[in-house]
Design a protein around this ligand. Sequence first.
Ligand code: NAI
Length: 344
Amino acid sequence: MKFAFFDTKPYDKPAFEKYGKEYGIKFKFFETKLNEDTVGLAKGFDGVCAFVNDTVNENVIEHLHQMGVSVIALRCAGFNNVDVKAAYGKIHVLRVPAYSPYAVAEHAMALLLTSIRRIHKAYIRSKEFNFSLAGLTGFDLFGKTVGVVGTGRIGRVFIDICRGFGMNVLAYDKFPSKELEAMENVRYTTMEQLLEKSDIISLHCPLTEETYHLIDEEAVDKCKKGVILINTSRGALVNADALLAGIKSRKIGAACLDVYEEEAEWFFEDNSGHIMEDDTLARLISMPNVIVTSHQAFLTEEALSNIAETTVKNISKHFKEGKCKNEICYRCGKVEDCNKGKCF
Ligand code: NAI
């Protein structure tokens, strides 16, 4: 089988080449993103392998269908960039629902520790032989209250890590987990209480209509003064202007961001030689108490390997068995374990 692999980065290749060889799938790596201008590159391939910023709209799907491409294998969990309705009945859409909750949860803690112990400042100082400690005072995490929004795969790992630090956990989820509820130092509460009582808030819920701008001006108002906000989930959970205002007014003590509302335009690429046109992002980055990473929480060896292995297994299962549990089904609305083969 031959797959056209779009938006290739150097770190994608080794694992996909390894698993592709094992399962007899040949990948042709294209650096360009998949969109209406580049879809022609997929001619002659059995499928395409796409990522979060590829454009898989109705036109692209129609073009792929006309060329006889029968599978879109997403190498990510989210599929908001794919018109699954247009794909229905024409092209199968497969995804990787989970690859390493540890990668993301550990990155969230790395950001938090960096921020509160001023590691980002200390690193730059000692590089210049400035060994002064002035302004580097941090605080202990032990005994602090962390509010965790979304207690799914990643949220749970983050809770475990926080419990290891001796922190108290306040949790909020639309569907609370009985298992977590029974744990020492973990208590489910309302979103309002979580905002009011937490010293640190970490977001681990998906972006939906309901969670869009979950942290807005009103939410910031309800927070404790000096709260630390961590977002490793999706940028639009936070209204970036409200966050900036909260930082300027000293209500928010620090922000640790791996995602940003308008990241698609900037993240994943080297923009160091360009004028930063997003004033909100530029202002956030200029703050001494804001740490921004470029949607890198997933980027561990283990996660990359799991992504490649699951993607390749999805493709193999689809072609060998005619169905795959990681297929996204438009008709039954399920994203996992739907009655494959019948729904399509
Ligand atoms: P998951 O599906 O296991 O957990 C999500 C949890 O959020 C569930 O418990 C669900 O009940 C809860 N939830 C849904 N709607 C909610 C609402 N309105 N309010 C409160 N809770 C709600 O997902 P997982 O694997 O833990 O991933 C969480 C998020 O992390 C993903 O949606 C994705 O946006 C983000 N992510 C970020 C990555 C990065 O590199 N920065 C990589 C992978 C995921």
